[in-house]
Ligand binder design. Structure first.
Ligand SMILES: [Zn+2]
Length: 253
C-alpha cells in the first residue's frame, strides 16, 4: 500500500536552493500534516496539533534565518508521527508507538512491510535530497555547514523546563562551542549545551548522517516553543540565532 498519493506531492521541500551562504538549514519536524491514507493515526485533535506531531514555530524561524543568512532550507512536509526523519529506520523512535503522554494507535504493532512503506515514502526521499544537496555543494568547492532546527515543549511530563535555547552537538563540537561562546553568559536567553536533549537521546542522527560523515561543521538548535508561537517572537529568535551563527561561522572555516 502506498502511503502518499501523487497529489500529495514531494514529501521534501527545498527553499532558496541556490543560496550563496554556507549554511544548509534542516527542519525534520516542520509539519504536522498527515498523509490521507493514514487518517488521524487514531489520535485526538489535541494530540495532532501538539508538539508530538511537529515542532511548532521551527519552520517559521528557519525561513526567517534562511533569508537573513542566504541559506538553503530543506524540510519534511509530513509529520514526524508518520516517520521521524531525525531517526534511522532501525530505531523504534522512527515510527513512535508512544510520544510523551500519548500512545499512537496507528503506529502500534506495524509489521516490517508497513514500516518499510513509511521509510520509503517519507525518510528515504528526505535523506537522499539532503545528501544530494550536500554532495553538490562539496563538488562546487563550497563545503556547507549543517544546522538542524527544532523546537521543544516548555512543559514535558508535567515538568517545566527553564532552558530556552539548546545548542546540541555530537562528536564534532566546533560550531556548538563557537555559538555558546558567542552567546556568552549574560545574553537575552537561557542558552545551554546539549539541553533539553543530547546525543544520548538519539537526536543527532541528521548531524551524524550528513555532517560528521562528511567532516562538515554542524549543530542542532532547539528553541523552547513558547518563545516562537507568534511572528514577533519568531523574528526576535531568528535574528538572535542568525547573529550567533554569523559570529560563529568564521571559527569553523
Ligand atoms: Zn524536533
Amino acid at each position: 500500500m502506498g502511503i502518499l498519493t501523487g497529489e500529495e506531492g514531494d514529501p521534501v521541500a527545498l527553499e532558496n536552493a541556490v543560496a550563496r551562504g554556507p549554511v544548509i538549514l534542516v527542519c525534520e519536524h516542520a509539519s504536522r500534516l498527515l498523509p490521507q491514507a493514514l487518517g488521524t493515526l487514531g489520535l485526538p485533535e489535541e494530540a495532532l496539533e501538539s508538539h508530538i506531531a511537529w515542532d511548532p514555530g521551527a519552520l517559521a524561524v528557519s525561513r526567517l534565518m534562511a533569508e537573513s543568512l542566504d541559506a538553503t532550507l530543506i524540510f519534511q512536509r509530513f509529520s514526524r508521527l508518520v516517520y521521524d526523519c531525525n531517526r534511522p529506520p532501525e530505531s523504534p523512535a522512527a515510527i513512535p508507538e508512544k510520544s510523551e503522554v500519548f500512545t499512537v494507535p496507528g503506529n502500534a504493532g506495524l509489521d516490517q512491510a508497513a514500516r518499510d512503506a513509511r521509510t520509503e515514502a517519507v525518510y528515504l526521499p528526505f535523506r537522499e535530497k539532503l545528501a544530494a544537496l550536500v554532495a553538490d555543494r562539496i563538488a562546487q568547492g563550497r563545503a556547507p555547514v549543517i544546522v538542524t532546527m527544532h523546537s521543544f515543549t516548555p512543559v514535558y511530563f508535567g515538568q517545566p523546563r527553564a532552558v530556552e535555547i539548546g545548542i546540541l552537538h555530537d562528536a564534532d563540537a566546533r560550531l556548538a562551542d563557537a555559538m555558546l561562546a558567542a552567546a556568552g553568559g549574560g545574553g537575552p536567553y537561557d542558552v545551554r549545551r546539549n539541553a533539553p536533549y543530547g546525543p544520548e537521546d538519539g537526536v543527532t542522527h541528521t548531524l551524524k548522517e550528513h555532517g560528521l560523515s562528511n567532516g562538515l561543521a554542524n549543530v542542532m538548535i532547539e528553541v523552547r516553543n513558547d518563545l516562537i508561537k507568534d511572528e514577533a517572537g519568531q523574528r526576535v529568535v531568528a535574528d538572535y540565532l542568525a547573529g550567533l551563527l554569523e559570529k560563529s561561522l568564521p571559527a569553523v572555516k
